[in-house]
Design a protein around this ligand. Structure first.
Ligand SMILES: O=C(O)c1cc(C(=O)O)c2c(n1)C(=O)C(=O)c1cc(C(=O)O)[nH]c1-2
Length: 360
C-alpha cells in the first residue's frame, strides 16, 4: 500500500547507507522519539504520579501487551521462510506462555492486580482510552499492510527498551510504597527477551534494506512505531494528568478495583494481596479447644475464636500456598467461583493480619 501522504524525499533518502550508517540512523530516531522521553514516563519513573495515575498506565498498557502476540502472529503469517518463522514464533510464546498462568500477558495482569485492579476488569479492556485502542490497533494494521521489512523494522523500538525498563523498575521501586518487586516481575524477562528480539530484527533490517528507498521505509516504520508508543502516553497524560479530561466510558478512579479490606485500610497495615503467601507468625498456633469444642488461634497471651470458614482457610495456610492457591483449593472443593472465594479469604486474612496473628 502506498501512503496517501508519502514522506518527502530528502537527500539522505537518496543515498545508500552502509549497514552501520543505517543502524546509526535508526538509533538516532530512537534517541529523539522513543517514549522514554515522554513527560508521562518521566513522572511515572520519578514517583510523581499518584496511585490512580499509575493504575491508569497499567490498565491501558494491558491492551498493548494483549495485542502484541496478535501483531506477531500477523508478522509470522507474512513470513514464507520457515527459518524466520522459527525465530519469530518465540515472541508469541513469550507473551502467551506455554500453559495457562504463564507468559508475559499473565505477568502484566499480575502487575495490574498488584496495583489493585480486578483481573476480569482489566481483561475486559472496557476502561481503556480510545486513543490506546486506536494506536495499538494501528500497529497491528501496519504490520499486516506494509512489507515484511517494514513490519520487522517497526519492532525496532525494542532496541531502546532495556534502558527504559531498568530506569522504570528502579524508579518505581524507590518512589512508590505500593509497588513491589513481585508486581514488576513482568519486566525481569523483558530484559533478556527484548535485546534478543532487537538483535535479530536489526540484523534482518541491515541485511534486507539494500536500496535507499528500502532504508527510508525502515526508518519510517520505526518512526511510526515511536509514534504508536508516544500517542498512548499523550492520551494518558491528557486524561489523567492535565487537563485531566477523562473521555466518556474510560476508566475512572475507584472503579474496576478489588475492594481493599476496610480494617487493613483503616489501620494502614500492609494489605495482603492474592499473590502473597500467608503464614502464621512464630508462636501462633491453630488449636482445637476440646472443652468448648471451638477452634482458636493461640497467640502468646491471646486467643481468637475462629469460625468454620476461617478454620478451613487456616488449615491451608502452610507458608507455601499463596492466597490464590488457597482460593483455588477451596473453589475446587466446593465447585465455587475462585474469584469470589479469593475476595472473602483476603478480607478474612487481612483482618487476622491487622491483629498480628498472620503475616506474609
Ligand atoms: O516497557 C517498555 O517501554 C516496552 C517498550 C516496547 C517497545 O519499545 O515497543 C515493548 C515492550 N515494553 C514490551 O514489553 C514488549 O513486549 C514489546 C513488544 C514490542 C514489539 O514491538 O514487538 N515492543 C515491546
Amino acid at each position: 500500500m502506498t501512503a496517501p501522504f508519502p514522506t518527502p524525499k530528502t537527500d539522505e533518502a537518496q543515498r545508500l547507507l552502509s549497514p552501520e550508517e543505517l543502524e546509526a540512523a535508526l538509533r538516532d530516531i530512537g534517541a529523539r522519539r522513543y517514549h522514554n522521553l515522554h513527560p508521562f514516563h518521566r513522572l511515572l519513573h520519578d514517583g510523581k504520579l499518584n496511585k490512580d495515575q499509575v493504575r491508569a498506565w497499567a490498565l491501558n498498557r494491558y491492551y498493548y501487551q494483549a495485542m502484541i502476540p496478535v501483531k506477531d502472529a500477523a508478522v509470522l503469517a507474512r513470513m514464507t521462510d520457515a527459518s524466520l518463522r522459527r525465530v519469530w514464533r518465540q515472541r508469541i510464546v513469550d507473551h502467551d506462555g506455554d500453559a495457562p498462568g504463564d507468559g508475559g500477558i499473565e505477568r502484566w495482569l499480575k502487575l495490574a492486580e498488584g496495583v489493585g485492579f480486578a483481573r476480569t476488569y482489566v481483561e475486559s479492556t472496557q476502561g481503556i482510552l480510545s486513543a490506546t485502542r486506536f494506536s495499538v490497533d494501528a500497529y497491528v494494521h501496519f504490520v499486516k499492510e506494509r512489507s515484511l521489512l517494514e513490519a520487522i523494522a517497526s519492532s525496532l523500538t525494542e532496541m531502546f527498551s532495556p534502558t527504559i525498563i531498568s530506569e522504570r523498575v528502579a524508579g518505581m521501586l524507590t518512589n512508590y510504597d505500593f509497588i513491589t518487586k513481585d508486581t514488576l516481575a513482568y519486566f525481569d524477562k523483558r530484559l533478556t527477551q527484548a535485546p534478543r528480539d532487537a538483535d535479530f530484527a536489526i540484523a534482518y533490517v541491515k541485511e534486507h534494506a539494500t536500496t535507499p528507498a528500502l532504508q527510508r521505509q525502515a526508518m519510517d516504520a520505526l518512526t511510526f512505531k515511536c509514534n504508536v508508543l508516544w500517542t498512548q502516553l499523550d492520551a494518558l497524560y491528557f486524561a489523567y494528568v492535565a487537563p485531566g479530561m477523562i473521555p466518556p466510558d474510560a476508566w475512572t478512579p475507584g472503579t474496576g478495583l478489588v475492594p481493599e479490606p476496610a480494617v487493613a485500610q483503616a489501620t494502614g497495615t500492609g494489605t495482603l494481596t492474592a499473590h502473597d503467601v500467608p503464614r502464621l507468625p512464630r508462636g501462633v498456633r491453630l488449636r482445637h479447644d476440646a472443652v468448648r469444642d471451638q477452634h482458636v488461634l493461640l497467640a502468646p497471651e491471646r486467643t481468637f475464636d475462629l469460625d468454620a470458614n476461617a478454620v478451613m482457610v487456616l488449615e491451608l495456610v502452610d507458608g507455601q500456598r499463596s492466597v490464590r492457591d488457597i482460593a483455588g483449593v477451596l473453589a475446587e472443593k466446593f465447585t465455587a467461583d475462585a474469584s469470589v472465594i479469593e475476595a472473602d479469604i483476603l478480607a478474612m486474612l487481612n483482618d487476622l493480619a491487622t491483629k498480628r496473628v498472620l503475616e506474609r
